[in-house]
Design a protein around this ligand. Structure first.
Ligand code: GLP
Length: 233
């Protein structure tokens, strides 16, 4: 595991953006796993800015988002589909048919989870996944206690995770479930970059750094992956 400390959020975002764009330069048909949340927005802003200069960055790229809320239409302001359009997809030359986000409005959620895993397989697996870090160590929506063998599935969100995301649902209807890639799905990615920043994350960062691998702290599983880069600020 490579640990890299950036002096501030701006430089963390710049470094993350250059890792992302370098990976596309090295493999223009790369398959990316992408996160949502506050942490990666600076990275996406940089990527968009750099792609204005160097167009065609995303022409042949395929993306799979980590997760999506259940019961929230993709047009809703709080959906991860809207987030991805707003911060990235609407500003780059990606083919919309190459972008994948679980459909939390599916009438058959279990089928949707299996379908999502099959889509990842059909794309040849994920080459590089970016992750954020929850305060309780969650990755994607895999909360503490999640078995490391878990695959894409429907999960109940913890009260702390719902509270952390409540601002995106000003009407108070904060979703209680999500579809998330499982821990094994994430770990199958050939390479992983985890981003963590801010005073609220320092305890989680310290716990990750302590190298104690436990299902009680999902991100700790990353110590068992051969190619992980942790970027903190
Ligand atoms: C949510 C997302 C995670 C994200 C986490 C931290 O729960 N499902 O993928 O990593 O929040 O988000 P933030 O970067 O806003 O702190």
């Amino acid at each position: 595991m490579i640990w890299e400390q950036a002096p501030d959020y701006d430089q963390l975002s710049a470094r993350a953006a250059s890792l992302l764009l370098d990976s596309i330069r090295a493999n223009p048909q790369i398959v990316l796993g992408l996160p949502t949340g506050k942490t990666p927005t600076g990275m996406y802003e940089r990527v968009v800015r750099d792609c204005e200069r160097e167009y065609h960055c995303f022409k042949d790229v395929t993306t799979f988002n980590l997760d999506e809320y259940v019961g929230i239409p993709k047009e809703h302001d709080g959906s991860y589909a809207t987030y991805m359009k707003r911060v990235l997809f609407d500003h780059i030359d990606i083919d919309p048919s190459h972008t994948h986000i679980p459909n939390g409005m599916s009438h058959n959620l279990e089928f949707e989870c299996r379908r999502y895993e099959a889509e990842i397989d059909d794309a040849g697996g994920i080459d590089l996944t970016f992750l954020g870090l929850g305060r309780n160590g969650h990755i994607a929506f895999n909360e503490p206690g999640t078995p490391f063998r878990s695959r894409t599935r429907v999960v109940d969100l913890s009260e702390s995770t719902r509270a952390a995301n409540a601002a995106y649902f000003p009407d108070g209807n904060v979703p209680s479930q999500a579809i998330t890639m499982g821990i094994a799905t994430i770990m199958a990615s050939k390479r992983i970059v985890l981003l963590a920043t801010g005073s609220g994350k320092q305890e989680a960062i310290a716990r990750l750094r302590s190298r104690q691998i436990s299902v009680d702290f999902p991100a700790s599983v990353l110590w068992t992956h051969p190619n992980v880069h942790v970027l903190v600020a």
